[in-house]
Design a protein around this ligand. Structure first.
Ligand code: ADP
Length: 259
């Protein structure tokens, strides 16, 4: 009696966080996590307060790429204290589970874990929170877009036709869910031989820029295949943390994303 109807839960932000940007891809292995960690570090170097949430529940790679492996603390058993690495506040499901064991969860458990990482983690005051999504267009992406107020999304793809085909599905999903697409990034677009300087387009070239133009979204830039990027990621110190042409390329991307 006299009870008000429960309001429908609309998309919510994360208190203290200005912008939430999801980074997605159509398929795995195109460099989405590499781009996420490097963009996070590049933004932090530009003085932004940056968070990185690794929501790639089945294959969390941020602990390795950011060089952290301690389990986040939870002094009160409720809130989770995120970790700090290379100037970035970060959290990954990979830090909460045994890294050697496969995560075998059904949809509802995934959603629970994702919600927990958004709402129970003490993100603090952030200019931007980057969310490294799992590849594809599954439950995690759907829930995140519907339940969380996202500023927008970025889609990473290689120029290869099969990757682009899947990237289009991711773009379509963000479109359907009314998540603004902030731009596309072409990763692994060229390879320059360090010995002779010859340039090879191993996965093709330019396809992502053409796609961005075709669907009318910004093209944020292209990144070459680069051995040092891979080595730096494996070593837990993203290439964007150092001084190199690749670090500059990431700085430029970061500025295009937020200026
Ligand atoms: P995804 O998140 O899309 O699955 P990752 O970021 O894990 O992809 O990248 C897959 C592999 O490719 C990793 O070993 C990573 O170090 C490597 N990689 C990503 N981008 C580049 C690049 N531009 N040049 C060289 N290696 C890269």
């Amino acid at each position: 009696i006299g009870r008000h109807p429960t309001p429908q839960a609309g998309p919510e932000g994360v208190p203290g966080v200005d912008r939430i940007i999801a980074i997605g891809s159509g398929k795995g292995g195109v460099g989405k996590s590499t781009v996420s960690s490097n963009l996070a570090v590049a933004l932090a170097r530009q003085g932004r307060r940056v968070g990185l949430l690794d929501a790639d529940i089945y294959g969390p790679s941020q602990p390795r790429m950011m060089g952290v492996n301690t389990r986040p603390g939870s002094p009160d058993g409720k809130t989770i204290i995120p970790l700090q690495a290379h100037g970035v506040t970060m959290m990954s499901i990979g830090l909460m589970v045994d890294p050697a064991k496969a995560v075998v969860w059904r949809g509802p458990m995934l959603m629970g874990a994702l919600q927990q990482m958004l709402t129970q983690v003490e993100w603090g005051e952030l200019d931007v929170l980057l969310v490294d999504l799992p590849p594809g267009t599954g439950d995690v992406q759907l829930t995140l877009c519907q339940k969380t107020h996202l500023t927008g999304s970025i889609v990473v793809s290689t120029p290869q036709d099969v990757a682009l085909l899947d990237a289009r599905k991711a773009l379509d999903m963000f479109g359907t869910l009314k998540t603004p697409i902030l731009g596309l990034i072409e990763n692994m677009s060229t390879y320059v031989c360090p010995k002779c300087g010859h340039e090879e387009h191993i996965f093709g070239h330019g396809g992502v820029a053409a796609e961005a133009e075709a669907i009318g979204v910004p093209f944020l830039g292209q990144l070459p295949i680069d051995l040092d990027t891979r080595l730096a990621g494996d070593a837990g110190t993203p290439i964007a943390a150092g001084d190199s042409p690749m670090a500059e390329a990431y700085a430029t991307l970061a500025k295009r994303l937020i200026d």
